[in-house]
Design a protein around this ligand. Structure first.
Ligand code: MN
Length: 255
């Protein structure tokens, strides 16, 4: 039986986590290590300035008062007897498309598994008022089974986004380009002090035909391969064109 580690960023009590557990149960031996409370948009944060507590919620389910990255770390080092065969993260309540990938705690949980050398997948579902996980559970099981059967290349994870309407199939995609205009609400708290609350801003999306945005809009499950390496390999040449001084002596003459 493959060992499957499940985490998320919406917290150990999220219905999306329960759906992912249900999706994985027929595929292997499932252990859950998830944040005790919601940790959405914490990205790849690792808690190093305070101790962490691991609480056993019930058999095979643990809560950590930290981030998804903390959860995968504690699971790997302290909870599991042996490294997992698969790490899955989600199912997030809301898409993680385009540059949202960089904010996502859901994606980071899978990213951490990848950094530990374990095939890993992040799952996110279209945001709605009332969630129906039937399709998402099925889609997660299909993708996870394929990954368990064939593996993933080293240092590669999958970012999977599932539409809410009737799914037409699966598409391998690239993350859409997006420029973001941030928005911040301002108000006065009960003690008369000004507060700020960051809200979802306006986006200019470039929903190219191969993009994740386009796939989910067309009713397909979007599967984007990601890697922890953020190097923009195609732009190494343009960085070289900056002609940065190679030595301190050269740099003194520049400025
Ligand atoms: Mn979330």
């Amino acid at each position: 039986m493959p060992r499957i580690l499940v985490t998320n960023d919406d917290g150990v009590h999220s219905p999306g986590l329960a759906a992912l557990v249900a999706a994985m149960k027929p595929l292997g031996d499932v252990t859950v290590v998830a944040p005790a409370t919601e940790m959405s948009a914490v990205s790849h944060a690792l808690t190093i300035t305070r101790p962490l507590r691991l609480e056993r919620v019930r058999d095979g389910v643990f809560a950590v008062d930290g981030t998804p990255t903390d959860c995968v770390t504690l699971a790997y080092v302290k909870v599991l007897d042996a490294p997992p065969d698969l790490v899955v993260s989600g199912i997030n309540l809301g898409y993680n498309l385009s540059v949202d990938i960089t904010y996502s705690g859901t994606v980071a949980g899978a990213m951490e598994g990848t950094i530990f050398g374990v095939p890993s997948i992040a799952f996110s579902l279209c945001r709605t008022k009332v969630y129906d996980f039937t399709q998402a559970t099925w889609a997660a099981r299909v993708v996870a089974q394929r990954v368990l059967d064939t593996g993933l290349p080293l240092r590669t994870l999958l970012n999977v986004n599932i539409p809410q309407e009737r799914v037409r199939g699966f598409r391998v995609t690239i993350a859409a380009g997006r420029t973001y205009r941030p928005e911040v609400l301002e108000g006065i708290d009960p003690r008369g002090r000004t507060y700020f609350w960051i809200k979802e801003g306006q986006s200019d999306v470039d929903p190219g035909p191969r993009s994740d945005y386009h796939a989910v809009r067309e009713g397909f499950v979007s599967v984007t391969p990601l890697r922890p390496d953020l190097t923009h390999h195609a732009e190494v040449e343009s960085a070289l064109a900056l002609a940065l001084p190679e030595t301190l002596a050269d740099s003194i003459q520049l400025v």
